[in-house]
Design a protein around this ligand. Structure first.
Ligand SMILES: Cc1cc2nc3c(=O)[nH]c(=O)nc-3n(C[C@H](O)[C@H](O)[C@H](O)COP(=O)(O)O)c2cc1C
Length: 437
């Protein structure tokens, strides 16, 4: 039976001091500005032949606990957070094969700027750039940009369709071969091959051409993470890779099958978009050590309920500080991350808020994998066999050089020995790396 290899990526929740307080995190509170820790991360992922590293972003300091920023600042929760496009360029300079995918939010950057920033990153990396397209989740972030609140959830996706149209049209505003660089005639660029886009939309307008020039990939890679109906639809229309948080094998299969159906309905090849599922495995030299670590995750969650609920509030725009911890969660709604809240509520069922948040925040992502690198590698192969593909997006609560190499130099070699992931890169451009299998 031929094993179809799968893809690996890493979800970095922002270049910051997020490992503050975690073991093996060195002097991160003194060294974080240089981003060295995250350059080492990128180098380790390249050594393990990962497809890409996705840099998460949200442009505000949390205030979803007692309507105060205190708990976020005291614990360094998603703050300080450096500008992802700057850190991405440093990572690109420190590597030569791994893809780097910064997040740029549609409410914060004008589409012309996004086209230019990602286009330039694609140039300086010789074709390894991607863009994680997000529409935002918090009114506090909108208020940093002069808005009272974020537009309504589904309208944000409607606006995002125009936004992506402009970005991709600007990337295509340079025809191949536009830069002739003819020393004899002294002509650098053929004017006939560079065009305006003259886009007039309901929400956005842009004339073009893109002044930063052509991109090595032609069209850099677009990543998306929407779980709602609107989110899935826009992903199936434009994304080359989707980062998903679906809980359990059935939900993972349902999600991927639905996306592939929609890809076909938009006239796209279902293989042209790779769905990678969030994974936070618990590794140990022995099964007992791994299980002890998994138990510790639940103990830590139970000991820090406030912090965990504030984190949940941060992505769902809900302030849980006034809720009764020992009462059932009940029904909730959000204009923020709808699928994240839905998943939390589905998993909570009739449990109390305390029980629900401990179980949700100590879980291992889409599937709970605990064990030695070899055991977890086998489980990852089985999960992918059942779901059909296309890979995993690692996300660890405590990013330290130690926790990273446990994955890149412990788990990945075990996966490579089983022929489940690539051992070396075959392509230079991120798009081709994603389409390799
Ligand atoms: C793996 C993953 C990564 C994400 N990264 C970001 C991010 O960097 N910034 C952000 O604002 N939202 C991020 N999101 C949130 C999504 O963009 C989206 O808003 C969320 O999944 C809810 O989508 P929905 O409202 O369509 O269900 C991420 C979601 C997932 C699952």
């Amino acid at each position: 039976m031929t094993i179809k290899p799968f893809h690996l990526a890493w979800f970095l929740q922002g270049s910051s001091i997020q490992a503050w307080g975690a073991e093996w995190s060195g002097n991160i509170s003194e060294e974080w500005m240089s981003a060295d820790m995250f350059l080492d991360l990128a180098r380790s992922l390249e050594r393990a032949a990962f497809d890409y590293l996705l840099i998460e972003d949200s442009i505000y300091i949390g205030q979803n606990w007692k309507n105060s920023r205190d708990i976020f600042l005291r614990n360094g929760m998603s703050v300080p957070r450096q500008e992802p496009s700057v850190v991405a360029s440093l990572m690109m300079a420190a590597t030569s094969r791994v893809g780097i995918v910064p997040t740029l939010s549609t409410f914060a950057y004008h589409p012309y700027l996004t086209a230019r920033i990602i286009g330039t990153l694609d140039q300086v990396s010789a074709g390894r750039a991607g863009w994680n397209m997000v529409t935002g989740s918090s009114d506090f972030s909108a208020q940093n940009f002069g808005l009272d609140a974020l537009p309504e959830h589904d309208r944000r996706y409607e606006m995002a369709e125009e936004y992506i149209e402009i970005v991709t049209k600007l990337w295509n505003s340079w025809e191949p071969g536009a830069i002739v660089a003819d020393r004899a005639s002294g002509v650098l660029i053929d004017p006939a091959k560079v065009h305006t886009i003259d886009y007039e939309g309901r929400y956005y307008r842009s004339r073009g051409p893109l002044n930063s020039g052509p991109c090595p990939q032609g069209r850099p890679v677009i990543a998306q993470a929407g779980g709602s109906a609107k989110g899935r639809r826009i992903a199936a229309m434009y994304a080359d890779t989707i980062v998903a948080h679906a809980k359990g094998i059935d939900a993972m299969k349902e999600y991927r099958d639905d996306i592939r159906r929609q890809l076909v309905s938009f006239g796209r090849d279902p293989e042209s978009c790779k769905v990678l599922f969030l994974l936070s495995p618990v590794l140990g030299r022995t099964m007992a050590e791994a299980q002890a670590r998994a138990d510790q995750r639940a103990i830590d969650a139970a000991a820090n309920i406030d912090v965990r609920l504030a984190q949940m509030g941060w992505s769902t725009n809900i302030d849980f500080s006034g809720f009764d911890l020992d009462a059932p969660v009940g029904t909730l709604a959000t204009n923020g991350h709808q699928s994240s809240l839905e998943q939390f509520l589905r998993k909570a069922g009739k449990r109390t808020l305390r029980e629900a948040i401990v179980s949700y925040s100590s879980s291992g992502g889409s599937v709970d994998l605990i064990g030695t690198p070899d055991a977890v590698a086998a489980q990852m192969g089985e999960v992918m066999q059942e779901v059909g593909g296309d890979g995993f997006l690692f996300s660890l609560p405590d990013v330290s050089r130690k926790s990273v190499v446990e994955v890149t130099d412990g788990l990945v070699p075990a996966l490579q020995q089983r022929g489940l992931v690539r051992k070396t890169y075959q392509h230079r451009h991120l798009r081709d790396t994603l389409l390799e299998f």
